[in-house]
Design a protein around this ligand. Structure first.
Ligand code: BGC
Length: 374
């Protein structure tokens, strides 16, 4: 999504709007659609705010649900927080969002299960006068999404790519070339390509100059994907690659893993194959991965402090409630296919054993874990 050639699509969308006579205006007033001159209108201070979250495959989503429930109530709103169930997830999330619209939610915050399949529901929200904030994952191919709040996910990928390089130099125990494998997230999550593109910006030149060798030859994102972000799918793929490409003395030096859940699955696969643990990256600062990093097993993770992200989203709701536009700090990078969605991006932090104490200085639960290894 990021860094797409946006000009042509944006012009097309503007022309289409002019032709159909549509405007950014909505039932209950007009929202900031990133270019509209209309003033935003507020809503009741105790309005219902819907929060639709995708699943519980990572700790960050579980925590986000709790924080939204508590934080929205504290801010005076009624919170309607829903997770899509493990089966039939996309259809269920569509139904949940539709129900939030019907029940009169004034803002709907969405962590999309499949960001390409929510255009109808998001449009229904807009038609009903509600604002839509895409949370952590972009919602694609619709004009009706008002804002995006996320950590800078392209930067997450860049940090992961750099950590893999740093870790290889530090731990591989030999000079380049290094044997590596690449993993990416679920193809239905818009973030997966953003993480991968960010990482490949760093890694591709090193593949091209021979510093890195992807022994399986699987370098296309479609080949590296992990359906549903499920640990078992990453573990199975790693098993298959080890059998097919790492027979005999061939050593796997490093693995690009897009998050912690998959990192631990990859490490398990390598351990079960009786091979030395490679340098493995991650993301989310999950408890088990922070422990693993402190034990010198997993190499890195990313701190995307969910508390800060939820706080920012709730802050945006507060601004919209008062009739203000929500504050954004990026209006260029996140093109959803038909518009560049105004975004508030937070800064992700790379974490290795070396800087863990500093990185988690404001996350007491993780800081305690780090200190217990001192
Ligand atoms: C989130 C990651 C998370 C992954 C799997 C992504 O969209 O940005 O933090 O690890 O989903 O849940």
């Amino acid at each position: 999504m990021k860094r797409m050639a946006v000009a042509a699509t944006a012009m097309f969308a503007a022309a289409a709007l002019a032709l159909t006579g549509c405007s950014a205006e909505r039932g209950g007033g007009a929202g900031d659609t990133g270019g509209s001159s209309d003033e935003a209108k507020g809503f009741a201070a105790d309005a219902t705010i819907g929060v639709a979250l995708p699943d519980k495959t990572s700790e960050n989503w579980v925590l986000a649900g709790q924080l939204f429930t508590d934080g929205l109530k504290e801010a005076g709103f009624k919170a309607d927080v829903q997770y899509a169930p493990a089966s039939n997830t996309v259809a269920e999330q569509q139904n949940q969002i539709q129900a939030m619209v019907t029940n009169g939610a004034k803002v709907i915050i969405i962590g999309a299960k499949d960001g390409k399949q929510l255009a109808t529901q998001v449009q229904a929200a807009k038609d009903a006068g509600a604002y839509v904030i895409a949370y952590d994952r972009l919602i694609e191919n619709t004009e009706a999404v008002d804002y995006y709040v996320a950590f800078d996910n392209f930067k997450v990928g860049e940090l992961q790519g750099q950590a893999l390089l740093d870790g290889l130099e530090e731990r591989a125990g030999h000079d380049a070339p290094y044997n590596i494998e690449l993993f990416s997230g679920s193809p239905d999550d818009a973030n997966s390509a953003v993480f991968f593109d960010g990482a490949m910006k760093v890694l591709q030149p090193k593949i091209d100059d021979g510093t890195l060798k992807v022994v399986s030859g699987q370098t296309e994102i479609a080949q590296t994907a992990t359906e549903g972000w499920l640990a078992e799918n990453a573990q199975n793929r790693m098993d298959t690659i080890l059998t097919g490409s790492y027979g005999g003395d061939t050593v796997l030096d490093g693995v690009l893993s897009p998050n912690d859940t998959l990192a631990r699955a990859i490490i398990t696969s390598v351990q079960q194959a009786g091979k030395p643990v490679p340098v493995v990256t991650g993301q989310d600062s999950e408890v088990e991965s922070v422990k693993s990093i402190m034990e010198g097993v997993q190499y890195s993770t990313i701190n995307k402090d969910t508390t800060l992200l939820v706080e920012q989203a709730i802050k945006m709701v507060g601004q919209l409630q008062k009739g203000e536009k929500a504050e954004v700090n990026d209006t260029e990078q996140y093109d959803n296919g038909v518009k560049v969605v105004p975004a508030y991006l937070l800064d992700p932090v790379i974490v290795t054993k070396e800087n863990a104490e500093e990185a988690y200085a404001n996350v007491p639960s993780l800081l305690d874990i780090v200190k217990s290894y001192e």
